[in-house]
Design a protein around this ligand. Structure first.
Ligand code: ATP
Ligand code: MG
Length: 429
């Protein structure tokens, strides 16, 4: 869920189905979910009807959203039992929305199960009071309750009881990309080049699906902590609290208040509040750069001039010769000259100051697929950790990954009231 400081979703945002249409893509493997037994969701086999006949009704009210969500409604006590009373030692992580706990439920009935049995879940518990948390909670149910895709985390259910707001997800055993890139310690080995490329492709597919005509959703909070990894390092996007329906008709953008996370938001979005799918492409470029460099988008622990990753890296990205200066030293010799240069060039295009010059996410997916397929772009092939091989370019010193630093700052959340000047306050959501 997004970092929350004050309002991040405008109060006048009319919720409607993110889905738009339900025409399946032969390549993407996404499906709409249908209700299963007892209201629990099951993935349907692919739907083959045309969009016009499968567009779900457009829910606008909270009741309609909750009713149309193809997920289970949990009682608070069920989740309390499933997480062993929200035991502190079962905390998987903490974000702006609240804490995330590990729990267990029966695979078919979703009733609480004994630890270690049934299906593992991640339960996100809202700990902030007030309307904003509720809006984000509802947005999550709205989007993830309707959309299903291999690169979106699966929402199993939700709980709405008195003041309690919880979200129940499939458990992602390898946690977030953020932990893998930036946490130091024996538990977190540096991600290999091949795994970084695999994660980049999975996340790009998730965004491409959201932007496609089937979903038409702008994600708005793409960052490393929202990319979760399954046991095979398949990437899945989580946190739809800030997601918005894309523009309709001949509109080029959606007008919003500026929200997101510092370091990831596109410059034109920051300047105007005009949100397009290309804003997500920019954020993807930032994350790709974080994966290449092993550096955070914003890191005030770095020497001055290096706080902002994009600003620091841009001159190196434009030079084929100097691009190695920015590569994560922990990658050793795992990548090839051509692979690193092409990936850096792709990041550069995503980070273009002119939104129209950025590629669409479908194009990014194709580029990353080609990079994965091309034998010469990876040193080792396969997805193993830490393979080094001769004959490929080694990282030259200087780029540095900051390895060894134990504590790194997390990027600051951004909300309208935290912006220094607030010319965008008046933008309608
Ligand atoms: N489904 C899941 N399976 C396993 N771990 C999860 C799951 N969802 C979240 N987590 C862990 O919990 C952490 C907190 O998640 P959360 O989405 O609340 O906040 P965040 O994304 O880290 O930060 P922010 O609030 O800035 O978006 C994640 O970084 C991740 O490590
Ligand atoms: Mg998150």
């Amino acid at each position: 869920m997004g970092n929350c400081f004050g309002s991040r979703i405008g109060s006048d945002s009319p919720y409607k189905s993110s889905g738009g249409s339900a025409s399946p893509s032969s390549s993407s493997g996404w499906v709409w979910r249908r209700k299963g037994k007892g209201g629990a969701s099951v993935s349907s086999s692919r739907v083959s009807s045309s969009p016009s006949t499968t567009v779900p009704p457009t829910p606008r009210s909270e009741g309609e959203i909750l009713q149309s969500a193809n997920v289970k409604s949990f009682a608070f006590n069920e989740l309390k039992t499933a997480t062993r009373n929200f035991r502190p030692d079962s905390v998987l992580g903490e974000g702006g929305f609240g804490s995330v706990f590990k729990g267990w439920v029966d695979e078919t009935t979703f009733a609480p199960a004994r630890p270690g049995t049934g299906m593992v879940i991640a339960v996100k518990k809202l700990n902030q009071e007030g309307f904003q948390g509720h809006r984000e909670w509802l947005a999550e149910v709205n989007y993830l309750g309707q959309l299903s895709h291999p690169n979106l985390v699966r929402l199993v259910g939700y709980c709405l009881e008195d003041e309690q707001r919880l979200l129940v997800y499939e458990f992602m055993p390898r946690g977030s990309l953020e932990n893998h890139l930036f946490r130091r310690g024996s538990h977190f080995q540096p991600l290999s080049w091949n795994l970084r490329m695999k994660v980049a492709l999975g996340a790009a597919r998730g965004l491409a699906f959201l932007h496609s005509d089937k979903a038409k959703v702008i994600y708005r909070d793409f960052k490393t902590s929202n990319v979760l990894l399954d046991s095979s390092y398949n990437a899945k996007l989580s946190d739809f609290g800030l997601a918005k329906d894309g523009p309709t008709g001949d509109k080029s953008h959606v007008s919003t208040r500026v929200m997101g996370t510092h370091g990831y938001a596109a410059p034109e979005y920051l300047a105007t509040g005009h949100l397009t799918a290309k804003s997500d492409v920019y954020s993807f470029g930032v994350v790709l750069l974080e994966m290449l460099s092993g550096r955070r988008a914003l890191d005030k622990n770095r020497p001055s001039g290096e706080h902002n990753l994009v600003e620091w890296a841009r001159p190196y990205l434009t030079s084929k010769r100097r691009v190695f200066h920015i590569l994560d030293a922990r990658l050793g010799g795992q990548y090839s000259l051509a692979g690193a240069q092409k990936t850096a060039a792709l990041a550069m295009r995503c980070l273009s100051g002119d939104a129209r010059a950025r590629p669409g996410m479908a194009e990014v997916v194709t580029a990353l697929e080609q990079l994965q397929d091309a034998k010469e772009t990876a040193a080792g092939g396969g997805a193993g950790q830490g393979r080094a091989s001769g004959g490929f370019v080694r990282m030259r010193g200087g780029g540095g990954s900051g390895a060894g630093r134990q504590q790194q700052q997390r990027p600051e959340p951004m909300a309208v009231r935290r912006l220094p000047a607030a010319p965008l306050r008046s933008h309608p959501e």
